[in-house]
Design a protein. Structure first.
Length: 173
């Protein structure tokens, strides 16, 4: 688990951040269902996954293309089920990743960073999400292969409970 304590004006914030990767959608959705049942605030969860076309190839869209698709709904979209409770589905083309889906509160800052060309590589994309450089390098390959990155923010007690649930359902750190 990667934890980040934020500081502002010499005041220590109690917010922590946790990252991890799920290799498959079923494990991720099962973990999200369990998080929802334990009362973890879903608005504090973000997910990033590389999107591919029906033949499994990355989208050829140019870097910087982004569109907000609003709230997830079921109906054939690759991210449905438990993830339909999350809001803010965005498609954006990211450096090295190609077309990705970004869900949750991390989407807007990431889109702004790409559009202003603050991020120019896959590692920089992940660092923009708050991952330390070493973790960004570690997660790059699984994400390129289609794994699901989950980013959670919350109070220390929320994060302890969430970590237990995520680890139970196959979170890879």
């Amino acid at each position: 688990m990667v934890t980040d304590y934020r500081q502002a004006a010499n005041v220590v914030s109690e917010e922590q951040q946790t990252f991890g990767v799920f290799k498959d959608r079923v494990s991720l959705e099962t973990a999200l269902d369990q998080l929802r049942q334990t009362g973890f605030p879903l608005h504090q969860i973000s997910i990033l996954v590389k999107e591919s076309d029906p033949q499994g190839q990355s989208s050829p869209l140019a870097n910087g293309d982004s569109r907000n698709y609003g709230t997830l709904t079921s109906g054939g979209h690759p991210l449905e089920g438990a993830m339909s409770a999350l809001t803010g589905l965005n498609r954006i083309t990211l450096p090295e990743f190609g077309l990705v889906l970004v869900i949750g509160p991390e989407a807007e800052p990431l889109i702004q960073a790409v559009q202003s060309q603050v991020v120019l590589s896959a590692a920089e994309v992940l660092q923009q999400l708050g991952l330390p450089e070493a973790a960004a390098q570690q997660y790059r390959t699984p994400l390129m292969m289609g794994a699901y990155l989950i980013v959670l923010r919350g109070a220390p007690e929320e994060m302890r409970q969430a970590a237990a649930v995520l680890n139970q359902y196959g979170l890879q750190q």
